[in-house]
Design a protein around this ligand. Structure first.
Ligand code: PLP
Length: 226
C-alpha cells in the first residue's frame, strides 16, 4: 500500500528533537537555543504537512522555483529558509519567498540583495557561507576572505549578516566534522556573530555540541530523497 511507504514524519521529528535536546544538554546549552530547520527539498507537500502538523516551524529549500510552488500551496505556517546557491537573477523572487538566506556566498550576491531589498524598503537577513575546507566544488567565502567580505557587506544598509553557515566536507564519522564546526564557531565568536547554521542529518548532534544555533535536517525527518 502506498500509505505504508510514507515515513513516519511525526515520529522522526520527535526523535530528531530529542537528539538535539540531549546534545544541547551535554554541551550545557538550552535545547530551545537550537532552531530545527526541516530541509524539505524534493519532499512532497503531504510529508511537509505532516511535519507542520507535528510542530515544525522552519523549512529549508535550495531552489527558488521549488520553493515558489510550495509556498503557493502551503503558505507560511513556518519560516522559509534558503539554504542553496542563489543565482543573481532569482534574487527578486527569493526576497519574496524566504525569511532568511543561509547561502550568501559571494559579494555580487550581497550587492544584488542590497539593490532589491532597498527598492522594497526591507532588510534581508543573511548568513555568510564559509567554504571551511576551501573545497573547489563548494561555494562560499574562503576562511581567510571572511573579514574582508563582512567589511564590504557592512556598508550595505539593507543586508544584515547575523551569522555564518557551512557545509563541511563529507566525512565517514560524524565526529570527524567536529573540527570544522568548532572552527566556524570560533570564526563567528571572533566577529561577534550570534548565529551558526551547521549540521545535517549525519552530524547535527556534533554541530549542536559545538554551538550550532540552526541545524538543517532533511533525511532524518522526511526519509531518503528520490
Ligand atoms: C540537503 C541539504 C541539507 C540536508 O541534508 P540531509 O543530509 O538530508 O539532512 C542541509 N543543508 C544543505 C545546504 C542541503 O543542501
Amino acid at each position: 500500500m502506498l500509505e505504508s511507504r510514507m515515513p513516519d514524519v511525526r515520529e522522526n521529528l520527535e526523535r530528531v528533537r530529542e537528539r538535539i535536546a540531549r546534545a544541547a544538554t551535554r554541551a550545557g546549552r538550552r535545547p530551545d537555543d537550537v532552531l530545527l530547520i526541516g530541509v524539505s527539498k524534493t519532499v512532497d507537500v503531504e510529508r511537509i504537512r505532516a511535519a507542520l502538523a507535528a510542530g515544525l516551524r522552519a523549512l529549508g529549500e535550495n531552489r527558488v522555483q521549488e520553493a515558489k510552488t510550495k509556498v503557493a500551496e502551503l503558505g507560511r505556517p513556518a519560516a522559509w529558509h534558503l539554504i542553496g546557491h542563489l543565482q543573481t537573477n532569482k534574487v527578486k523572487d527569493a526576497l519574496e519567498l524566504f525569511d532568511v538566506i543561509h547561502s550568501l556566498d559571494r559579494l555580487e550576491l550581497a550587492q544584488e540583495l542590497e539593490r532589491r531589498a532597498a527598492t522594497r524598503g526591507l532588510a534581508v537577513e543573511a548568513m555568510l557561507q564559509v567554504n571551511v575546507a576551501a573545497e573547489p566544488s563548494k561555494g562560499g567565502f574562503a576562511p581567510d576572505a571572511v573579514d574582508e567580505a563582512l567589511e564590504a557587506i557592512a556598508k550595505l544598509a539593507h543586508v544584515k549578516v547575523t551569522g555564518l553557515m557551512a557545509i563541511p566536507p563529507e566525512v565517514e564519522r560524524p565526529e570527524d566534522s567536529r573540527r570544522w564546526f568548532r572552527g566556524l564557531r570560533e570564526q563567528a565568536e571572533r566577529r561577534g556573530l550570534k548565529r551558526l547554521s551547521m549540521g545535517m542529518s549525519s552530524d547535527f548532534e556534533v554541530a549542536v555540541e559545538e554551538g550550532a544555533t540552526m541545524v538543517r535536517v532533511g533525511t532524518a525527518i522526511f526519509g531518503a530523497r528520490a
